[in-house]
Design a protein around this ligand. Structure first.
Ligand code: ZN
Length: 199
C-alpha cells in the first residue's frame, strides 16, 4: 500500500479508523484537527480515553458498564426489582434510560446470537441471566434489536425462560426493522416499552 503520511500520522489514522463509524477519511480529518489544536487539549483527550479503560468495569449483576460495582441501577432502591429488561449492549441501557419510561432492572447480554460469527449462548451472558431469574423476578422484557440476530436471540431466550413461569414480553415491535434500539428515538422507544407484548 502506498504511504502518503509520516509514520506517526499513518499510525494515528490507522488506529482511529478502527473505531466504529470512522472511515479512513474521517480518521485523517481527526488527525489533522488534532495537529492544529494545542497539545494540552490532545493530552486531555488521550487521558480521558485511558481513564475509561482504567475506571470502567462491568457490573457484576447486570453487566452494564459502570464505575461502581454494582452499578447505580442495580444498587438503587427505587428500581422495580421484579422486572428485568434484557438488552444486547450497554448502549441500549442508555437509550432505554433516556426514555424515563422504564423503572426496572437490566441485563446486558454482550451481543446477540450469530452462529455464522461463532457467537452462541456461551459467548453471551445467558447463564448469568438464568441465575438472576431464580430470584423474585416476575417479568423479563426482551429488548434485543429488531434484526435477524436480535429476533433469534429473543426466541432462544423465550424458550429457555418459558419453563420458569415468568412473564416474558418483547419490545421493539414499534421500532422499524433495521433500526437498532441504540438509534431509535425516545418516543418510539417509550411506545415500544409501553406496548410490549407477551411472548
Ligand atoms: Zn448493574
Amino acid at each position: 500500500m502506498e504511504r502518503y503520511f509520516s509514520d506517526s500520522i499513518q499510525h494515528a489514522v490507522d488506529e482511529l479508523s478502527k473505531l466504529p463509524g470512522i472511515g479512513k477519511k474521517s480518521a485523517q480529518r481527526i488527525v489533522f484537527f488534532l495537529l492544529k489544536i494545542p497539545k494540552p487539549n490532545v493530552v486531555e483527550l488521550a487521558d480521558s480515553l485511558v481513564d475509561i479503560k482504567d475506571k470502567s468495569k462491568f457490573c457484576s449483576v447486570c453487566y452494564n458498564i459502570t464505575d461502581t460495582d454494582p452499578c447505580p441501577i442495580c444498587s438503587s432502591g427505587r428500581r422495580d426489582q421484579s422486572t428485568i429488561c434484557v438488552v444486547e449492549e450497554a448502549n441500549d441501557v442508555i437509550a432505554l434510560e433516556k426514555t424515563g419510561e422504564y423503572r426496572g432492572l437490566f441485563h446486558v447480554l454482550g451481543g446477540a446470537l450469530s452462529p455464522l460469527d461463532g457467537i452462541g449462548p456461551d459467548e453471551l451472558r445467558v447463564k448469568e441471566l438464568m441465575t438472576r431469574l431464580k430470584e423474585d423476578v416476575q417479568e423479563v422484557i426482551i429488548a434485543t434489536n429488531p434484526n435477524t440476530e436480535g429476533e433469534a436471540t429473543a426466541i432462544y431466550l423465550a424458550k429457555l425462560i418459558q419453563p420458569l413461569n415468568i412473564k416474558i414480553t418483547r419490545i421493539a415491535r414499534g421500532i422499524p426493522v433495521g433500526i437498532d434500539i441504540e438509534h431509535a428515538d425516545e418516543i418510539t422507544l417509550s411506545r415500544a416499552i409501553e406496548g410490549r407484548v407477551t411472548f
